[in-house]
Design a protein around this ligand. Structure first.
Ligand code: 0X9
Ligand code: ZN
Length: 303
């Protein structure tokens, strides 16, 4: 099935999720949380031991089409969790995991078939659809349309016609809001590249009141990665550390959905290959992301 020695196409990734649900029905369930613009399923894997006291953690990948290391890393984490569940730390086992490896299935496939550096979804941009694609990480509904987002459909950072105008982002909002029974504590969005652990806010150069808590966990994540032999990851609030960009999933998770911890993790590399990271980097990148997500599990358990 999946190898983590190559980047896989959407049907293979979705087939793998279905396989897990069939093989480990007591641990894994698959759900389609929505459809993309072109009608592709947006699939979510829930991993849970059924403990009623569990906190809930959201993980997504593939918001941006060309960042192939993101879905590969998210499925790497899934594979480690599921195939070795009994040996994961208690903090990992006692979390309800909600994991969507490919949030932008149309864009992901388009980056395989047509344009390797495609970023956005494949929605119609603007009236009459002059240019295709909305940047899904500018389309979430917290401080939508502010700094770092464009009103021009023909740009890479077009935020859409309104907050949650796109089916991919509204699927996330609808799922999280309709699962208010889940005890949501942490939201993690995997992107590339640059090796950053970013926390809110992204919309402007300000920080939330409890930013010290987010900073401390970010520091622990970066330390865990280095301890495991990984490279340096820079930590900090997104707008200050990278650039201001509004309408991101991380800001929405923190600002509206009230997740205590919200991170955008920019995976490898540092710019040598950029988005076109060779598949040989999937395993080392996945290994360090696994360290990262275990720290998130600890923080969520304690929150
Ligand atoms: O610009 C983005 O959406 C992210 N970087 S990427 O190169 N993967 O496109 C950073 C998003 C950080 N979070 C916010 N600005 N809210
Ligand atoms: Zn991205």
């Amino acid at each position: 099935r999946l190898t983590w020695q190559a980047y896989h196409r959407l049907p293979d990734i979705h087939g793998y999720l279905d396989y897990l649900a069939q093989t480990y029905p007591q641990l894994c369930t698959v759900q389609t949380i929505g459809q993309s613009v072109q009608g592709k399923a947006i699939k979510l894997l829930r991993i849970s031991n059924g403990n009623p006291g569990n906190k809930a953690v959201w993980v997504d990948g593939g918001i941006h089409a060309r960042e192939w290391i993101s879905p590969a890393t998210v499925t790497f984490i899934i594979n480690q969790f599921v195939s070795n569940f009994e040996n994961e730390p208690a903090a990992v086992r006692n979390i309800d995991w909600y994991i969507t490896p490919v949030l932008n299935p149309d864009g992901y496939e388009y980056s395989h078939t047509t344009d390797r550096l495609w970023r956005k979804n494949r929605g119609r941009g603007g009236i009459g659809g002059t240019c295709a694609g909305v940047d899904l990480n500018r389309n979430f509904g917290y401080k939508w349309g502010g700094r770092g987002a464009s009103r021009n459909p023909c740009t890479e950072t077009y935020g859409g016609s309104g907050p949650f105008s796109e089916p991919e982002t509204s699927a996330v909002r609808n799922f999280i809001q309709s699962n208010s029974g889940a005890n949501w504590k942490a939201y993690v969005s995997f992107h590339s590249y640059g090796q950053y652990i970013l926390y809110p806010w992204g919309y402007d150069r300000v920080v939330p009141p409890d930013y010290k808590d987010l900073e401390n966990v970010a520091r622990r994540i970066a330390s865990a990665i280095q301890r495991a032999g990984g490279p340096h990851y820079t930590i900090g609030p997104a707008a200050n550390t990278l650039y201001p960009a509004s309408g991101g999933s991380d800001d929405w998770a923190k600002g509206m959905a009230k997740f205590k911890y919200s991170y955008t993790i920019e995976l490898r590399d540092n710019g040598r290959y950029g988005f076109v990271l060779p598949a040989a980097y999937i395993q080392p990148t996945g290994t360090e992301a696994l360290e990262a997500i275990r720290v998130v599990a600890e923080a969520a358990s304690a929150a």
